[in-house]
Design a protein around this ligand. Sequence first.
Ligand SMILES: [Zn+2]
Length: 502
Amino acid sequence: MSVKPTAGKPVIMIIVDTLMDAPLNEAIRAGMAPAIDFLIKNGTYSPGLVAPFPTMSVNVDTTLLTGTYCDQHKIPGLVWFNKKENRLINYGSHYRELFKLGVVKAVEDLLFNLNQSHISREVRTLHEDLYRQRFNSASINALVFRGNTPHFLDLPKMLGRFTPLSRRRPVYAPAIFSYGRFSKLNESWRNQHFWQKAGVNDSSSVQQFSHLVKENKLPPFTIVYLPDLDQRIHKYGRLDRVGIEKADKQLQKILGLFGDWEKALELNQWIIMGDNGQAWVHSNRNHAVIDLRKLLSPYKIMRLRKGPRTGDQIALAVNDRMAYIYTLNEEKELIEDIAMLLTGDNRVDVIAWKNGRQIKVRSGGIGGEIRFQPGGVLQDQYGQLWELEGNMEILDLSVKDNRVQYGLYPDALARLYSCLHSHEGEFLAVSARPGHEFAGEGSPVHLGGAGHGGLHEQDSLVPLIVSGTESLPEHMRIVDLKRWVLSLITKSVYDSESTKDS
Ligand SMILES: [Zn+2]
């Protein structure tokens, strides 16, 4: 078999971090997003693509690339407690927290461990699947990139001097791999400095992508990550249009690389999407922030800098509007007690934990509980089967004729189930109502802005724009995209080869 890697129409997937439907529509109406407008007018627009839970980039991107939820790919969130290593993992939620955990460990977790050891080997990434079918692929500024080709990161000497981080330790990524200043396609240092987020920024992503196009090296699949919008939404809130205008300017540059926009469409298949939404956050700190240390003050909570010590009862892993609460001594009774405490705060939206084979869910401000497990006769819109009982109001579910309908919490059952089976340990997963964020020790908050991580639709729904192909995924969930993208690539090669034959 000899497959010509550039035979088909290349698939270009552009992830605009925190692209959301409402502000996008506003921006388009105001003429601030002409490139996206063009792609929508010449393609298909779907406003409600469902992100996995927790709605944090590392989980979302791993789900996107592996086509599995975190019960299979094993990345539970940005921050989580790793029982095997007996420590809190943090891929970089905030520099203050990083200093407490130790910067070096965080850099090592993000640059090496996330892709090379934390993502399960039982699942394959899109890049790995393409490699098996002898297709090349490219990853530009994506956090999750596991592939088959060894690359050596350009680590600053300063880091190497104090740490065991080795310049001789390879990371395995797709053949074409760019990751900030650590791995570049374009030699230039413009946009790559540490004060420019070490090159993980929109301008750098476009600069690297341009290099690929200009050198005529565009592979059958390229993923380009535009990270900048996320921070603007955190700061200015859900309806920030200026951030979208800026992202669109980058897209205009990308489309422009092919001559004109029509040509860009003719030559490629385009997928533009968000990775998670964000929910609004109150401006008043006392009201906005759910301080888990206060709420759980009856218990001895692990200190970040010290790690687990004798006498510590619980550990917190705060993922913005979502948090994991662990019992360190495996005391099962403690879980119910903690859940009880949490239901007393009506800012806590969803409180979930494993109880044998069942998942139990309670809520602050709503009485009763839901118990569910996979299997049974109730079917949801994704064809998943469930056994389900209790107060449906908690997850805004409606059940009729053996069909489960989701309301404010898209794909709630599978997303909660996967989150609670994503890693070892006795823990609860909690999600905040819109308007609120969780805080532990040193957690960042975004008063008057927005945050994510939660199960709510505000955190969970992102738009998907597809142009240059008629094909669409089977279901509008990020977990369903991998299979579809593979079909776009293999089909396009097949098409062009069959036209050659005729
Ligand atoms: Zn964010």
